[in-house]
Write a protein that binds this ligand. Sequence first.
Ligand SMILES: [Zn+2]
Length: 480
Amino acid sequence: MSQRIFWIIITVLGLAFAGTTTALVVTLASDSGDETAIETAPRPGRVRGRVYDDYGNMVTAGIIVEDENGNQERLQTNYLGGYTLRLPPGEYRLHFTRGMQYSIVTEDITVESFKTYVLNDVRLVRLFDSRDYGYYPGDLHHHSTWSDGADDVDSVLLSHLSNTLYFGFLTDHNTASGLAEWMQGDRFAVDMTPTGDPVWFSPFLGNEVTTLYGHFNALGTGIVIPEWDIDVSKGDIPIEEVSYIADEIRRSGAVSVINHPFSRDELGFYFWEILDEFDAIEIWNGVYSPHGRENVQVREYWYGLLNDGRFFPAVSGSDNHSVRSPYNPNWLPANPTDDDLYHDDFLKMGRYTGMPSFYARIPDGTISLENVQYALMNGHGFMSNGILLFADVDGAEYGDTHSLNGNTTANLNLTAFGREGIDVIRIIHNGVVVEEIDVNAERHYENIIVIDSLEPGDWIVLESEGPMARYAITNPIFFD
Ligand SMILES: [Zn+2]
């Protein structure tokens, strides 16, 4: 059969089996010889360039590549801010990013086969600096190929740097295998001081103790706890094993976190009677949207604990399993509900490293394990995928207590920043929204708000929402 007729047949077969076209063509083409297969593969073009910060330093950055059909995924520069993308022929929109506090630069480009394009230098400008308020973002929950993540440790490190995260815990399931490489990440600059000195990334040891009766982050240890393998057929009693795991995490010097407690089945947490044996609760897991049932239920449970006078510091984690977080718009049903549209915004925003970040308050700016653990265990921080919320009552910040001294009112100093704009900031007093501030899509908001009807034992938490499923929630400020 002539090659021409052969290809017509393949094309017809391909149309007939629309869903499996690619696999079919590849199989038949390779039957006809490698040469044909190579000739018919799409030949990429190459796109090269460099990314700088506002001081003129080359910096690691993310590049969200969006094709003409709305598919997107996040690639990244190398450690020095250079990149070479190999893209199949087509039209692309490239978004250069560096996390929540930098500008985004967007470039459109048409790529042809074999061509190499050198783009103009990209300059990402810092729009806001949480360090001015003593807060440093990091990710507390991240996977790599050493367990079920899609990316090697090198890519995970780049992902932290390219999102301007100052610290990170690698938390693969029941393994320490990636940690030796992970800890080498302290030789990479994540940022510069205003005077141009490098700020080194702080990698910390961790692992996710993963059992059939819940998942628990051990933040600050490379010890793998063998009791994760709970087997009732061998006489293991799950609650006793989980209790032992919690003790063992603490004995190893790590912070113990109950992860995604309201996920279904073995991912959830069921032994609330031994809650006190843990240090913190993951109230926001980045796999789920801020409006997702799993996150909403844990927030409500946590408010209930606070109302009972029990303070468990809240933490967040991206739980990222893919730094590229590919987005495909075709998942949306024909008649999407409001929930579908919200979830689409959430997916399109990207489940990237640091989404959400824990912004740890570290007044002296030294990002050591000791300082980060202190912030985590005392609730000195807030959680965000894009809106930054800073507040204090007479100097008492998140996790602190303000003395009312017989008064029933207090002044809350509030500063907020959101690159995409802020829709609303809510003040939650003892679990009830007492004030809803309409921010009118402003990027920067500052105000002093009077909180009244305060009594000793009360607490407030702030929450904020913005476009594209942006959300932030804080740890409490207490009153006595
Ligand atoms: Zn987990």
